[in-house]
Design a protein around this ligand. Structure first.
Ligand SMILES: [Fe+2]
Length: 271
């Protein structure tokens, strides 16, 4: 989850921790955003300054360390980061990953070919089917350039932003070649998948990754999955986590992982 140390959240970290305790969670991990390479459409979106996604780690680290101590009897609080990958940012990202004692690193793909896929300008660069394919291709380029992460974040996240909606346009089948390449690379390199419940929260039927991708990862031998709400405010803390566990069960998983000091610890999924 995120707090006000991320450019897209205003929620004080302590509020997120209290809300998580109230939601009945016994472990959370902050994964604040770091996206170093600025997209071109930073110039096309008015005053929005993408440098808000440059994370100032020392005050963030100090706050997590202070609050994890304060709440240690109630909840385990992890010190993580969501690194926006980019082949041009790989050296920066490698150095950052090694510089601090992170518990958990999510490697994510938010920008493709210089565009933030969140904005329409990305989808104006070509037909949606092609732009979706580019998203996966870029993901593979990213993970080949940078492996200092534990799980790949929201693997099919771009599908959420297809302007005409993703129904019928985005399916695992349509992109299975490139998705399988990504999944095989992850498995060969001991990396996992983040199951992110944000899509469920906004009314989509599938989490990220979709059930088809989760089943395929399992079928290929993948075992490392983590579950997160991607919450950016107190009302989102812990939402749809139980649904994510049911979906994982449905896709053949009996276990999920919690990372501490970049090492996975296995937990049984109990519904
Ligand atoms: Fe993300």
């Amino acid at each position: 989850m995120h707090s006000s140390f991320s450019g897209d959240s205003d929620e004080p970290m302590e509020n997120m921790i209290k809300a998580s305790v109230e939601a009945g969670l016994d472990a959370i991990c902050f994964t604040e955003h770091e996206d170093r390479i600025l997209p071109y459409n930073s110039k096309r979106n008015g005053d929005f300054d993408f440098r808000c996604f440059w994370l100032d780690v020392p005050p963030y680290r100090d706050k997590v360390f202070e609050l994890r101590e304060k709440y240690k009897d109630r909840i385990k609080v992890g010190f993580g980061i969501e690194i926006g990958m980019d082949p041009d940012g790989a050296e920066h990202n490698k150095a950052l990953a090694g510089e601090y004692p992170f518990d958990f690193i999510i490697g994510s793909n938010h920008y493709v070919d210089g565009y933030d896929v969140y904005y329409r300008s990305y989808w104006e660069q070509g037909p949606a089917e092609r732009q979706m394919g580019r998203y996966f291709e870029r993901t593979l380029e990213n993970i080949m350039a940078f492996q200092e992460f534990d799980v790949l974040g929201h693997i099919d996240f771009a599908a959420r932003y297809i302007p005409e909606g993703n129904e019928g346009l985005y399916t695992y089948e349509r992109y299975h070649d490139i998705i399988d390449k990504i999944l095989r690379f992850l498995i060969e390199n001991g990396k996992g998948l983040e199951v992110n419940t944000k899509a469920l929260r906004v009314g989509m039927k599938e989490p990220h990754p979709s059930r088809d991708i989760l089943k395929r990862y399992r079928e290929l031998g993948g075992k490392i999955v983590t579950v997160g709400s991607d919450a950016h405010s107190v009302k989102e803390a812990g939402t749809f986590i139980r649904d994510a566990f049911s979906i994982l069960k449905e896709c053949g998983f009996d276990e999920y992982m919690v990372f501490t000091g970049r090492k996975p610890e296995t937990h049984r999924i109990e519904l």
